[in-house]
Design a protein around this ligand. Sequence first.
Ligand code: UD1
Length: 365
Amino acid sequence: MKIATIVGARPQFVKAAAVSRSIAAHNADGARGGPEIRESIIHTGQHYDYGMSRVFFEELDIPEPHYNLGIGSGTHGDMTGKMLSGIERLLLDLKPDWVIVYGDTNSTLAGALAASKLHIPVAHVEAGLRSFNRKMPEEINRVLTDHLSALLLCPTQTAIDNLGKEGITSGVTLVGDVMYDSVCYYREQTQPSKQDSDFALMTLHRAENTSAPERLRNILDAVGQSPVPVLLPMHPGTRKKIEDFGIVLPEAVRVLEPAPYLTLLGHLAACRFVITDSGGLQKEAYFFRKKCVTVRDETEWVELVDAGANRVVGAEVENIIEAMDWAMTPIAGEADLYGHGDAADKIIELMLKQKSPKKNTDGHS
Ligand code: UD1
């Protein structure tokens, strides 16, 4: 069975690592009586800095991408259009049985669109997430990708319910979260955090926060009043915006280069709490039993809020300060909100079961 995997941005490398590992285990096990799986990895080049891309392949032992389209940054239309044409060319050549796409980035949408127009079935990992905010590019990417996919691999029941409300019920399965698979696998190999005092871990990169100077300034002002120092491994796009807007960072904020995965896990293990606008980090905070202050107006991971592990506070200074005080204590109780660390194995099993799925001509098979 031939699979083409489309990746391009940082969180996708972490997710694809779990699935590639499961493919390797399947093949090593004499293909467990089924066909051998041949995976071709296509990197769009959306993230291109060493610290945003290459280091993840090295650390997580992901097979070298077979193709790198080298597309880099641009406007959304420009980026997605170039990816669409580059991926289509490769898929015509490779003729895979499946295309796997991950999450909600421009690379996800381009991969799903190219494949579905060629009648190659699409498997969407992390299907069904919704923020219900169409101003986010990620929301547009998710909705369209889900409607183009034959296999919708959902991390939570909420995701399944969201798809049902849009009339998508076939090909939908609850598999758990591949990011939890990765944390279970790598937890023992984390790089211990070198911080010598208590700290909060912060990341910030969403366009809704970084493209509006007032909003960005408010968030940074507020975290400057954190009860503990704030460690901020900074996305290069955010760094550029802070410079462009002439924002001076508060003293409590220590800026670092973007963190490689195992270093980030080390910070998560050692920190007091997390402040973020990232989807992935909201869950990773929970996996390490740390509370999360989410500087967005909504979250896709609503079960974290219901479990008392996450507060969605927007960009109001007072709300952020209050939530940081709340976040100083760890999460109480135990719960398995995201499966059992075997989502990737379930995904591969499902794809093998549907080895020759009906081609995706009617939207869903
Ligand atoms: C993208 C995804 C987002 C995901 C995030 C993970 C979209 C629409 N958004 O956001 O869903 O959570 O990746 O990080 O696909 N840049 C560099 N070097 C790099 C990569 C980016 O300097 O290696 C800078 C560029 O100036 C670029 C900006 O960061 O314009 C934003 O990058 P982009 O890929 O557009 O979006 P992200 O914010 O990374």
